[in-house]
Structure formats: C-alpha cells, structure tokens
Design a protein around this ligand. Structure first.
Ligand code: NI
Ligand code: MN
Length: 231
C-alpha cells in the first residue's frame, strides 16, 4: 500500500485492489501538490466529516470518476440526493469489506456541518477511518480532539496512523503525542497543520514530544510512504 500526502488531511492510497482518496481537499488547499484532475482513475473517496476542508473536491471527483463515496449516512445521503453520486453509507463502529479492503468508522470528537448555499446542513457525526488494505492497517483520525476511545485502537496493531496536530480545531502537538501513546502505532504521519494561520504547528517539536513512542515521518505534500516496507 502506497500512501501519498496531499497536504492538510488529504491522502491518496494505492493498494492492489483500488485507488482511494481520503478527504480530497485539493482545489482550495494552499498546500496541494497536485490538481484535482490528476485523480480521474480513482475508485473510492472517503470523507471523514462535512467541513469544506474535507469534503473538498468530492462532488467534482465523484461526478467525473463515478467513484463510490464512503461516509457517514448523513453525508452519503446529501451527496446521493443533491448530486446523484455513488455512495456507501456507514456509521461509527461499523465496518464493511470493500473490494480494496476493510473499512471501519472510528469515533472522532468534532463537528460535521455541511456548507450548502449559505446554510449549514446537518452532517451527522464526524469520524475517522480504520483501513485494512493488503494486510496492513492504516488509521486516518479525521479531525478530532484527544479521546480515550483511541485506546481501543492499540489492539489493532496499526501500521500507520495519520493524526492531526495543528490545534484550534483538533488535537495540538501535545495532545497528539498523548494520542500516539494510546494508539501505539508503528508509524505516525502528522497532518492538518500549517495549512492556515490558525493551525500553525512545528512537526519537529511533535517528534520530540512523541519521544520514540512511534516512528514519526514528516511528509511534505506530494511525498509518500510504502506501508509494505514498514518493518
Ligand atoms: Ni473539520
Ligand atoms: Mn479540518
């Protein structure tokens, strides 16, 4: 499995069975290393919650590629009824075997309102994703504060955890370092920082706070990790 960071909370996952985007915030993402039209062959789009920096280009991509959007039932319903996208609705705690691997929705402490024509629509509960692809486990936390629920992930033996560290809307570096101790993944990639002025964070300081509890890899937008190569 190859995991490419696209800036903010956006990742491109390539496994044996599919090409998957998580939280495809590309067009208005000041850190994006790519254009939305670079992803015309994706099969699935995973959305963690309704905020525009996560829903991102999902509508455009869903229309252009016919990719299936996996999200909570409220967001999936919104995308199906308003835009006629292919969707697969799930909810926190539920998991499902897709052709590319298994997806489970995990708890997140955050909001999920959807901006739509000057109003905010109800977007259900925000969540993260636990993915099992090609025998490896990946956790994308979504936007979340620190929560004891993360402790339940330790027994999953996660290979790679993608954790927000930017503060203000999510965990900061201090709480994210505590999250690493609860989750106990092999490797961590920090996300959701330095995109906007209010979420400035120093990933080097995060590494020192993690203090060896996991291998922290700082990815610049456009850089990737091959999970199959994690020892
Ligand atoms: Ni958010
Ligand atoms: Mn966000």
């Amino acid at each position: 499995m190859k995991v490419t960071f696209l800036g903010h909370a956006a990742f491109h996952i390539e496994g044996k069975g599919a090409s998957v985007l998580i939280d495809p915030f590309i067009t208005y993402n000041p850190l994006a290393p790519c254009k939305v039209d670079d992803f015309m062959r994706i099969n699935y789009i995973l959305i963690s919650h309704g905020h525009s920096d996560h829903l991102g280009d999902a509508i455009h991509l869903g229309k252009k590629t016919s990719a299936t959007v996996i999200a909570n039932a409220e967001i999936a319903g919104f995308l199906k009824h308003k835009y006629d996208l292919n969707t697969h609705a799930m909810h926190i705690g539920g998991s499902y075997n897709f052709p590319f691997g298994r997806v489970k929705l995990t708890a997140a402490l955050h909001g999920s309102g959807i901006d739509y024509e000057g109003e905010t629509l109800y977007g259900g509960n925000p969540h993260g994703f636990l993915l099992e692809i090609d025998g490896r486990k990946l956790y994308h936390a979504g936007d979340t504060g620190l929560t004891r629920d993360m402790e339940l992930l330790a027994e999953e033996q996660i290979d790679l955890a993608l954790l927000p560290i930017g503060g203000n809307f999510t965990m900061d570096i201090h709480d994210a370092a505590k999250a690493v101790r609860l989750i106990r993944p092999q490797m961590v990639v920090p996300m959701h920082y330095n995109t906007f002025p209010v979420i400035q964070a120093d990933p080097i300081e995060f590494i020192s706070l993690v203090n060896g509890a996991a291998n922290v890899q700082i990815l610049k937008p456009g850089e990737y990790i091959e999970i199959s190569k994690i020892a």
